[in-house]
Design a protein around this ligand. Structure first.
Ligand SMILES: Cc1cc2nc3c(=O)[nH]c(=O)nc-3n(C[C@H](O)[C@H](O)[C@H](O)COP(=O)(O)OP(=O)(O)OC[C@H]3O[C@@H](n4cnc5c(N)ncnc54)[C@H](O)[C@@H]3O)c2cc1C
Length: 280
């Protein structure tokens, strides 16, 4: 099978999902002037690369941009599409994929009958250790057409949350932008990045690209510190695969404590001030 992968960072995951004997094409989309590419420009460029390479499967990392790109590319290629795949299998009738549904509460298996598939894959879905041997690899540079570029990301400053190993996430309980500045100090102390639940993003305290959850980013860091976050099912869908979840919340009955490995019941400011003071 020939697979076009748009980001080398997910190669191992993508290959572990699709199995042995894969021919890989890396199709990196290059903007003309270093500007951010609009989803349409990426989709048009990748559609050309798919046609030239004959790839049957296109795999992109799952993130907010993928939610724009995947359906556009599938429409251009007149083929099936699937987001947040945890498994992709070739079948005699087309494809079977496994992805989370109902806010990540369960996984469901879907059969798609199109001969070609565009799929986004969650970081860590395949497990890098499970990657099988690659039959051959080629790299194609996919040039976007000039004039299809946008001069920035309308979702705000981009944070590489999906790749972060340590995340300090704040919720409505953090109270405002000043609170997030203090979370930034904790994140810097542990070598992590700041993220948020949806209310701080909707309120403009932080950019929308910080949002973790069912309509935000899916993350699986080593450490996820949830500060003033109640633990809604929509938020848990984005971070429950974190290896170690530490929750700080003033409400001992907050649902986040059911998902957390460690919990601190108390006012977040007092807790974090003590941590920062101890660190000197
Ligand atoms: C279709 C849909 C999609 C959604 N997608 C997402 C999504 O992707 N991501 C997401 O996060 N949400 C999403 N939501 C919203 C979700 O339902 C919740 O409303 C949201 O996650 C709640 O955010 P929160 O935990 O920050 O706020 P709240 O639920 O208001 O919780 C605030 C918490 O802060 C605690 N707190 C208050 N003061 C302090 C203090 N001083 N110290 C310590 N703790 C304190 C409180 O006890 C409380 O537990 C979605 C909702 C819908 C309907």
């Amino acid at each position: 099978m020939k697979v076009l992968i748009t980001d080398p960072s997910i190669t191992a995951d993508a290959l572990a999902l699709v199995g042995d004997g894969t021919e890989v094409v890396w199709g990196k989309v290059l903007p003309h002037s270093g500007e951010t590419l609009a989803p349409d420009a990426c989709a048009n460029a990748l559609a050309r690369a798919v046609a030239e390479s004959g790839a049957e499967l296109v795999v992109v990392p799952h993130n907010l941009a993928a939610e724009d790109l995947v359906p556009r590319l599938a429409a251009l290629l007149e083929c099936g599409s699937a987001l947040e795949c945890r498994l992709v299998e070739r079948t005699s009738g087309g494809w079977e994929i496994v992805r989370p549904v109902y806010g990540g509460a369960i996984e469901a298996r879907f059969a798609l009958t199109s001969p070609r598939l565009v799929a986004s894959v969650e970081a860590g879905a395949g497990g890098a250790e499970g990657a099988p041997a690659v039959e051959s690899m080629e790299t194609v540079e996919v040039r976007a057409e000039p004039g299809q570029l946008v001069a920035g990301d309308s979702r705000g400053e981009d944070v590489p949350l999906e790749k972060a190993r340590r995340i300090v996430a704040g919720g409505r309980g953090v109270g405002g932008p000043d609170g997030f500045e203090r979370l930034g100090k904790l994140a810097a102390l542990i070598g992590g990045v700041v993220a948020a639940s949806r209310p701080p993003c909707d309120s403009g305290w932080v950019p929308g690209s910080y949002q973790v959850g069912i309509t935000g980013k899916r993350v699986a860091p080593e450490i996820y510190v949830a500060v003033g976050i109640s633990g809604s099912v929509q938020h848990l869908a984005g971070m429950s695969r974190s290896k170690c979840i530490i929750a700080i919340n003033s409400d001992p009955d907050a649902p986040i404590f059911r998902a957390a490995h460690y919990g601190v019941v108390g006012d977040w400011q007092a807790v974090i001030d003590q941590v920062l003071a101890k660190a000197g």
